[in-house]
Design a protein around this ligand. Structure first.
Ligand code: MSP
Length: 519
């Protein structure tokens, strides 16, 4: 069991058949914000992301492009998936590829153990397979095709025809774990979050669990089954294991004990793999189940899940090039209730950028710093006698600190941001009421002016610390301008309101410059 202060967070590993779109980037930034938040609270934090490179989908894409699957994966990882992390400013601790030797070797070790312990048997599989999902489908998950697929059965997710497979496969006796899974969901109601995801998983498992086909023999792009080289491991079985092979399973017990179990973040479409198959695999191997599985919603475009295969994919750079990575991170995590679907629109993004980031936060920061330069020669003033309004700002700082940290504990990222935004709004309201620019005109009001500016300055520092996980670039600039020592991302976020003030401020460029958006 990992130490209570250990926090290990994962994203799904992404298929390298194509380049990333903003749906993929959404999971990345959510995991990154949680990781940064925990790091700043002093937790022993680890964030893992990576790529899923085996299976038929990748093999077919590579073949269609005239290269080997490994060449294809290498190219996509180097040119698209790793650069994505820089584009959206993700500070992951590790990046695993399922073609890594550390992964393949330990997938085999895991499988061999399950085989030796009697959890695997040989059988015949006949059924429909969707290569897009890399999943066997039940009749109930298929629909009649339309247009060019008229008359064929298509996968409800991809709207592409499924393939009828008939193979000799190895099976994992997953059905044996149904009762233990139900007991797990019962004992740990927050194992699957949010509630809607938990309900879906519960009713799925209650309706009966079949065994799982875990090998394929008609192609060879995968991890070889250790006792039968004519089979490769089913891509999902292989992929799920990344969460433990990346942290030392099979090779570094101390590291594994330090990190595992993980909190998984996944899109709701891949919830069952993580909340049913994965814990059953771990139970079979005698390992601890994950800390939790959180199924987030989809980014929708025109009411449908945004996807490259449906040509609705938007590249993350399209947004970051105009608005910057901070705005990307802020927008998706504040505008969408984490766990629910959210519609993306350029108009909404531009409006929130202007109202919340530029006018709400950026302008507040520029005004306070500029007034300290102008009225106090840049020297940070200290507060004299405090009024009720000044005390209220200090109280809001404390409330925002506590409320946001408690929201993060519940993975309610949107709530953590809105709790912090109460401080942005309170500070803007405070300046409007106190009018330091008017106080500055009257020499008798000098002490009051300094108290107001000291109060606003303190609030800004607290904001910088609290917003650092979401807006790492803007808050680093603000921290420097405030003349505070150290790096903002090293300040304790669970005690944000106790930050140590600096002595002198320096000019601050606009944190969120005006952008011209063409209609
Ligand atoms: N390779 C598997 C995951 C294996 S994890 C052991 C996979 N890859 S994926 O590239 O297709 O999808 C990765 C993630 O992106 C999923 O969590 C999926 O939900 C998410 N998204 C894909 N499109 C999305 C949206 N339009 N909106 C939000 N998330 C979306 O599945």
């Amino acid at each position: 069991m990992a130490d209570a202060s250990s926090f290990y967070i994962t994203t799904p590993i992404f298929y390298v058949n194509d380049v990333p779109h903003i749906g993929h980037a959404y999971t990345e930034v959510a995991a990154d914000v949680l990781a940064r938040w925990h790091r700043q609270a002093g937790d022993d934090t680890w964030m893992l992301t990576g790529t899923d490179e085996h299976g038929q989908k990748i093999l077919r894409t590579a073949t269609a492009n005239g290269v080997t699957p490994k060449e294809w994966a290498d190219k996509l990882v180097a040119e698209a998936w790793q650069p994505l992390l820089a584009t959206i400013d993700v500070r992951n601790d590790d990046f695993i590829r399922t073609t890594d030797e550390r992964h393949e070797r330990n997938v085999q070790k895991f499988l061999q153990k399950l085989y030796d312990d009697g959890h695997i048997y040989t059988g015949e599989y006949e059924g429909y397979y969707c290569v897009g999902c890399e999943e066997y489908k039940q009749q109930s998950e298929l629909v009649e095709g339309t247009g060019e697929y008229e008359g064929q059965l298509v996968c409800a997710v991809h709207s592409k025809p499924v393939e009828l497979l008939h193979e000799k496969n190895y099976f994992f006796r997953m059905s044996a774990f149904a009762d233990r899974l139900l007991a797990l969901y019962e004992e740990r109601p927050d194992f699957v979050q949010p509630e809607s995801a938990r309900n879906e998983v519960l009713s799925f498992v209650r309706s009966g669990l079949a065994d799982l086909s875990i090998s394929r023999s008609t192609f060879d792009w995968g991890v070889e089954v250790p006792w039968d080289e004519s089979h490769v491991v089913y891509v999902w079985f292989d992929a799920l294991l990344n969460y433990i092979t990346a942290v030392g399973y099979g090779q570094d017990e101390a590291e594994f004990a330090r990190r595992w179990p993980a909190q998984h973040l996944v899109g709701k479409d891949i919830l069952r793999f993580h909340a049913v198959i994965w814990p059953a695999m771990l139970m079979a191997a005698g390992l601890e189940v994950p800390r939790g599985v959180f199924g987030h919603g989809w980014l929708l475009v025109g009411g449908e899940k945004m996807s490259k295969s449906k040509l609705t994919g938007i590249a993350p750079e399209q947004i970051t090039e105009t608005f910057g990575s901070d705005a990307f991170r802020y927008y998706f995590l504040s505008a969408i209730h984490f766990g629910q679907d959210g519609s993306f629109s350029w108009e909404d993004l531009a409006a929130r950028y202007q109202a919340e980031l530029a006018n709400g936060f950026g302008n507040l920061a520029s005004r306070v710093v500029a007034m300290i330069i102008r009225y106090c020669d840049g020297f940070v003033p200290s507060a004299a006698e405090r009024s009720a309004a000044d005390h209220e700002i200090a109280a809001v700082e404390r409330r925002a600190t506590d409320a946001s940290w408690s929201a993060i504990g519940r993975l309610a990222i949107h709530e953590a941001i809105s709790s912090t935004w109460e401080l942005v709004d309170a500070l803007n309201g405070y300046l409007t009421v106190e009018e330091p620019w008017t106080l500055a005109k009257d020499p008798h009001q000098r002490a009051r002016l300094e108290t107001v500016l000291a109060t606003a300055y303190h609030g800004l520092g607290t904001l910088a610390v609290l917003l650092s996980p979401v807006l790492p670039q803007a808050t680093a600039k603000l921290w420097t301008a405030l003349g505070a020592s150290g790096a903002v991302h090293e300040q304790r976020i669970d005690r944000a309101h106790e930050w140590s003030v600096g002595e002198r401020v320096t000019p601050l460029e606009a944190l969120f410059p005006r952008v011209e958006v063409s209609a």
